[in-house]
Design a protein around this ligand. Sequence first.
Ligand SMILES: N[C@@H](CCC(=O)N[C@@H](CS)C(=O)NCC(=O)O)C(=O)O
Length: 338
Amino acid sequence: MKCVSLVLTLAVAAGLSAQVASAQTLKTVKDRGMLSCGVGPGLPGFSSPDDKGNWTGLDVDVCRGIAAAIFNDPTKVKFVPLSAKDRFTALQSGEIDLLSRNTTWTLSRDTSLGANFTGVTYYDGQGFIVKKSLKVNSALELNSASVCVQTGTTTEQNLADYFKGNNMKYEVIAFGTADEAVKAYESGRCDVFTTDVSGLYAERLKLANPADHAVLPEVISKEPLGPMVRHGDDQWFDIVKWTLFAMVNAEELGITQKNADEMAKSDKPEMKRAVGTDGNFGEQLGLTKDWLLRIVKAVGNYGESFDRNVGAGSKLNISRGLNNLWNKGGIQFAPPIR
Ligand SMILES: N[C@@H](CCC(=O)N[C@@H](CS)C(=O)NCC(=O)O)C(=O)O
């Protein structure tokens, strides 16, 4: 008996010290009074500032959701705009607490950067945009084309694979920022611009005559885009992971920005666990009981954020497709709160 309780005591102590040792990021963020979030420098729908410096977008909402969960205040975020090339160093150096910037989850990024992906905010794939005047209807008609692309991206690598795999020649013209690549494409320096399909829709809005350009039907890769955190802080990993899961679960349960207070009074078991009237799920994350309600009141559930930023309620008007919930024909699926 003694032995068992000693083992138990040791196990509990080890568990606690592991928690304490790994709890640094949350403490740092709280002490600073502000979350530092790395985002794309200006991709409409995902992360872009208006002329007053107010950031909006699906990637931005992940940052605001985390700030709401911690501070009950979605404005307590410093947004750090990062180019594709600089994004990982900013995370590694500690300049940002997380990266929430149309970043594709790949094996090498997951293993070699000292960081972890926390989930998928947007299931995407790579596509091409061309001027309609070129009269090209398929990417397979792009033999000998010149292609504008951004450096430091998976886009560059997929482009090479696709042309090689289809025995086609091409000339790559690479740029450090999306704006440069798009301007070069628009001015006629290249026949084609390629990036994630979501990026094509977003960048198309910046063109002088969007209707003169067509997105080709081929999607040549898988680009699961999601947030990243540094290795070595499992509590923080959980908080970032479960902020997105909270948004997805809230959509599934029908908790919206508007009805959140009403839903907080529900007596359905699943709902009670989500809103914090049963169990201590928020506390297990190092947050408060009402963590999920704070997130949803601040940015809405996943579907609301999607619609407002990139979907039917936005200029991008992207259909939910793969990003619909698993029980509505898509593949967004969050583990249960229990
Ligand atoms: N998902 C790809 C591409 C991400 C990416 O950086 N896309 C560009 C093109 S849309 C972008 O967001 N650029 C923003 C900028 O540099 O202004 C990756 O993770 O490598």
